[in-house]
Write a protein that binds this ligand. Structure first.
Ligand SMILES: C[S@@+](CC[C@H](N)C(=O)[O-])C[C@H]1O[C@@H](n2cnc3c(N)ncnc32)[C@H](O)[C@@H]1O
Length: 398
């Protein structure tokens, strides 16, 4: 239930003149290795970019595109409507020393963009969510991919989203709406930096993370899940890979023809055996029964909407705050009850439940010093690569 009208990503970034997605480029080698590892896992090997036409939508600071550019695509188009981000793109390329294809920067929105040609590879990271308008934009994105070409999108695992949704629940107790943006950012950075510092491989700074996750009004709309993408695109696309990769396929390739092919159906089945593993990035993967995974995912969506309503109450209906907080607590306890009890996340979530609903003065100190919850981060953002079926196989059922 959403009542408050929220800004979208672009309005929010433009209002504050920010592009809070700067990556750690202190070692360009390490940055390129990370990006290479990602695309290799997604099944898009370096030669696939060479000479190809590549479109990155919502390119942000352009830092991610540097890897693509040095693979010398025939054409590299970066679509980015936020002027601050475009400045970062220009700066990133001005300082990029490896031989590369110079990108064409298009400052339009995806809604405005009407190219004359399709592309071999289309990428869109960390932007599209699950509103009806954004799902229509996912369709548009998919139509920009040439037959036989690749689409890469990021998804958000609802179960993996829960730890950060719970952090977001704390925000109204740490900052007040009348504080200025920089003051809010500073306080939230102080509260959550000790949490972020537990993540060994973090490549974004805490200030950007706070602005993009804890203060971004569009945050609650981000939850575009793997099943949603597959259901939406399965008419024309087959999943190739994912990072983290969750699917095993022991079927003999010779059986993958005709009705038995069922690439997307198989991936979905695997997803529902593994989805609980998104909850904790440290958790070694185990299988679970599909009913448990379904129940957890359902409750994760309910938690999302309850945390959003709780924030709305703080912004515009203060009389409803307590009821809204009680709803979050009730759902969280139900979620904990649905978890396989051996998961270490159970302790962290109980700690949160004990502390978060009794916060008062000194909240900041209590939040930054949580013993178990501090280090609970989900496998929240998950990449998915898909191939657009070539014309000869368009009749094959997904
Ligand atoms: C969270 S950032 C992600 C940036 C980059 N893809 C990354 O992962 O670092 C979201 C990006 O989406 C861009 N964006 C927002 N609305 C857009 C639109 N309608 N069309 C294209 N890009 C948009 C923003 O300007 C911003 O750069």
């Amino acid at each position: 239930m959403t009542s408050t009208k929220r800004q979208n990503h672009l309005e929010y970034y433009r209002q504050h003149g920010i592009a809070p997605v700067r990556y750690d480029l202190s070692s360009m080698d390490a940055h390129l290795q990370r990006r290479e590892a990602l695309y290799n896992k997604l099944g898009i090997l370096p030669f696939a970019f060479k000479g190809a036409t590549v479109l990155e939508v919502a390119a942000g600071t352009g830092h991610n595109s540097l890897y693509l550019a040095q693979l010398k695509p025939g054409r590299l188009l970066l679509l980015e409507p936020n002027a601050t981000a475009v400045e970062h793109i220009r700066a990133a390329y001005a300082g990029f020393e490896l031989p590369h294809t110079a990108p064409e920067i298009v400052t339009q929105t995806l809604q405005e963009f009407e190219p004359a040609e399709s592309f071999d590879v289309v990428l869109c990271e960390n932007w599209l969510g699950n509103s009806a308008q954004e799902l229509a934009l996912l369709d548009k994105l998919s139509h920009l991919v040439a037959p036989g070409g690749a689409l890469v999108v990021t998804t958000v695992a609802p179960i993996g989203f829960v730890p950060n949704l719970l952090r977001r629940f704390l925000v109204p107790y740490l900052v007040s709406p009348d504080m200025d943006f920089e003051a809010k950012s500073a306080i939230l950075e102080e509260a959550f930096a000790p949490h972020l510092n537990t993540l060994g491989a973090m490549t974004r700074n805490a200030r950007d993370w706070v602005q993009d996750n804890m203060l971004n009004p569009a945050y609650f709309g981000l939850c575009l899940s793997i099943p949603t993408v597959i259901e939406r695109l399965r008419g024309n696309f087959d999943v190739v890979g994912a990072s983290p990769s969750f699917a095993e396929d022991w079927r003999w390739f010779k059986s993958l023809a005709g009705e038995d092919r069922n690439i997307n159906g198989h991936i979905l089945k695997e997803y529902w055996r593994k989805a609980h593993n998104y909850l904790d990035h440290r958790q070694p993967a185990t299988p679970v029964d599909t009913d448990t995974a379904n129940r957890m995912e359902h409750l994760a969506y309910e938690i999302l909407s309850a945390v959003e309503s709780h924030e709305d109450a703080h912004i515009a209906h203060s009389a409803n705050v307590q009821t809204a907080a009680a709803k979050v607590r009730e759902l969280l306890l139900e979620f904990i009850g649905a978890l396989p009890s051996e998961l270490p996340a159970v302790k962290a979530l109980h700690e949160f439940a004990d502390l978060a609903f009794a916060l008062s003065a000194g909240a900041l100190d209590a939040v930054s010093h949580m013993e178990h919850f501090n280090s609970l981060f989900g496998r929240e953002t998950s990449y998915l690569s898909l191939v657009r079926r070539p014309a000869w196989s368009s009749a094959i059922q997904a």
